[in-house]
Design a protein around this ligand. Sequence first.
Ligand code: AMP
Length: 221
Amino acid sequence: MVKDQPIIIIFLGAPGAGKGTQAAGVARELNMAHISSGDLFRQAVERGDELGLKVKAYMEKGTLVPDEITIQMVLNRLAQPSSQKGIILDGFPRNLAQAESLDRALSAQEEAVWRVIYIRVEQPELIRRLSTRWLCRKCQAPHTREAAGGQPSVCQKCGGELYQRADDSPETVKKRLEVYFNDTTPLIDYYLRKGKLAEVEGEGAVNIVTDRIVSAVGGRA
Ligand code: AMP
């Protein structure tokens, strides 16, 4: 791993592959910043600001927010000071236009994406995870509906309130997976051809998947 300049690692995978959970865990472990485009959009919607009002309808439908809005938001965030050790990008880029814009912006600063971690999970497991998922409002830890006792209850890690994401409803999950297969999967080939892709098996216990990712990134720096 390069030590003297912040590196950028992209987490790629379908909705429900565990990108958010793994990005948070790996960022903690490697002392990196975690930037999630979905979280940035959800925070804007919660604030009800101009960005939030613009993106709410796309998110509710499970479609992608237009590239000009998304790219500008992520590049602005990347321009802010972050962890010295680097940045994990979770949920961005989501299509070829976004990947190319990111490459252009980084190469203008003589930087480049360091590695792309593709977290692979089969479709039936994705659907199972998304349709039973409840998140903690405070720490974002995911819980399954069974573990939450069939009802929203409290987070088993921090006691925070659990909620179900509005876009985890069955119709929206179907749409999000469709968008992923049409728009996002071409990125697997894009980064493979650039020699940046590392594929990681995303099924199994959270800590085991984290270990697989840490070794694919290049170890605990
Ligand atoms: P996520 O939390 O990554 O599943 O994202 C939730 C929603 O935010 C997506 O369904 C999109 O509507 C929007 N979104 C997040 N990241 C992007 C992106 N890179 N490009 C376009 N829309 C995005």
